[in-house]
Design a binder for this molecule. Structure first.
Ligand SMILES: Nc1ncnc2c1ncn2[C@@H]1O[C@H](COP(=O)(O)OP(=O)(O)OP(=O)(O)O)[C@@H](O)[C@H]1O
Length: 234
């Protein structure tokens, strides 16, 4: 579903991403780990078509991202660390608005509620202004927007930063549930615990290179931390 082939990004003299080769299959939750500046966000941005590669290709469902921008935008949804919504509109109204922008005007109220429910938003919150929402609730609306537009892949940057443990746990469960329904998830995170909980595979990045990928089922929490630290120190 997501494929990088020799994918590179250079900023002046600085190689932010150095020839990434990676395949993420449908239904995987792939967690990109690595120190600040390792190239995680650069990787997400290349899959989203926000920036152009210096060399190589990013592909979504076999389509090269830059050459198929419109189709790729339909298939991929981005959930940033801070989901930008209209604070005076309710969760349901935000979803209606963004769905209309994405080509689905006039979705029935119940349908909007179903998408929000699938994203884990409590029914009593749906008709409150988003300005009253927690970060985790805004994230759920962001995920509902992605689900409503039929995205096949969800890209998240630091989704658990600033979430309390309960909200982080809910997000992990939600991502696992969505992946069980075939959604492909790629997320950049510093949260090793949640990467182990919600990820099917982790990839450790260092200075623009992917230095290790491992299925999470092979690793305990402590082992993942040891592996990560070994790469960061080595
Ligand atoms: N627009 C830019 N211009 C110049 N350098 C950039 C630009 N964007 C990113 N970089 C550099 O590229 C490298 C990779 O950055 P990136 O944001 O991908 O790292 P990251 O792994 O996501 O880090 P963090 O954990 O801090 O989010 C860093 O050294 C960064 O300074």
């Amino acid at each position: 579903m997501l494929e990088a082939v020799g994918l590179s990004k250079r900023y002046g003299e600085h190689l932010a991403l150095a020839g990434l080769d990676l395949k993420v299959e449908p239904g995987e939750v792939f967690c990109l780990l690595g120190a600040n500046g390792a190239g995680k966000t650069t990787t997400l941005n290349l899959f989203l078509g926000f920036i152009e590669p210096t060399a190589g290709e990013a592909r979504v469902g076999g389509l090269e991202v830059r050459a198929n921008a419109a189709e790729v935008r339909r298939r991929v949804a981005y959930v940033p660390e801070q989901v930008m919504l209209y604070p005076r509109l309710t969760g349901r109204e935000n979803l209606a608005y963004f769905s209309a922008l994405a080509g689905q005007p006039n979705l029935p109220r119940e349908t909007l509620g179903e998408w929000l429910t699938r994203a884990g938003l409590a029914p009593e919150a749906m008709d409150r202004p988003v300005g009253t929402y927690s970060k985790g609730m805004r994230q759920k609306v962001g995920i509902a927007i992605a689900l409503a537009k039929g995205a096949q892949a969800l890209l998240l940057d630091e989704p658990t930063s600033g979430l309390d443990p309960l909200a982080s746990n809910e997000l992990s469960d939600l991502l696992r549930a969505l992946s069980g329904q075939g959604m492909t998830v790629m997320m950049a995170t510093h949260d090793l615990f949640r990467a182990k909980e919600s990820g099917t595979r982790v990839g450790i990045m260092k200075a623009g290179s992917l230095v290790e990928t491992r299925p999470t089922r092979e690793l305990g929490h402590a082992e993942l931390e040891q592996l990560y630290l070994r790469h960061m120190r080595g």
